[in-house]
Write a protein that binds this ligand. Structure first.
Ligand code: MG
Ligand code: ZN
Length: 165
């Protein structure tokens, strides 16, 4: 039977967002948000799939290699796993804008996950910190939850009382 999945953006959701226009290119600069660890533990306990979908154009721009990016992801998975939080799969787009079908908000990564992991998109959600993530959710038929540095600020387009949008 198809499973429900929580799709997570990376920067600004799992780890502290780098300054605008900058990229996290080294593990030393990767700061995991404690709230994200708790969320993922809960998703695991509910037997939801947890899949990361992230645009990492820094590779196309030559700021890091694909091996650097994969090294960061390996350490991220290890670090989360040591804290009892499991991510099932990471998909990234390392391409320039307008050169592929996977760069968010295009749904390429979500559709690939759907077919590889047998996901029921109608029962799944996307958690992201940007309008691009919201647009991806809209195009993929996912419910959207907006988060900002460890706080949920809106669910399915509705602001959360007391949260700064
Ligand atoms: Mg982000
Ligand atoms: Zn791409």
């Amino acid at each position: 039977m198809s499973r429900a999945c929580v799709f997570l953006d990376r920067d600004g959701v799992i780890n502290e967002k780098p300054p605008r226009g900058e990229y996290v290119t080294r593990w030393q600069d990767f700061r995991i948000l404690p709230a994200a660890v708790d969320w993922i533990r809960l998703f695991n306990a509910l037997d939801l799939l947890v899949v990361v979908v992230t645009n990492q154009r820094g590779v196309a721009l030559g700021l890091m290699t694909e091996a650097d990016l994969e090294d960061i992801h390996r350490r991220m998975l290890d670090s989360l796993s040591a804290a009892g939080a499991r991510i099932d799969r990471i998909y990234y787009c390392a391409h320039h804008a307008d050169s592929c079908e996977c760069r968010k908000p295009q749904p390429g990564m979500v559709l690939r996950a759907q077919s590889e992991l047998d996901i029921d998109l109608a029962r799944s959600i996307m958690i992201g910190d940007s309008d691009i993530d919201e647009e991806l959710a809209r195009r993929s038929g996912l419910k959207f939850v907006r988060a900002d540095e460890g706080r949920v600020t809106a669910v399915a387009g509705r602001g959360v009382p007391g949260a700064e949008p």
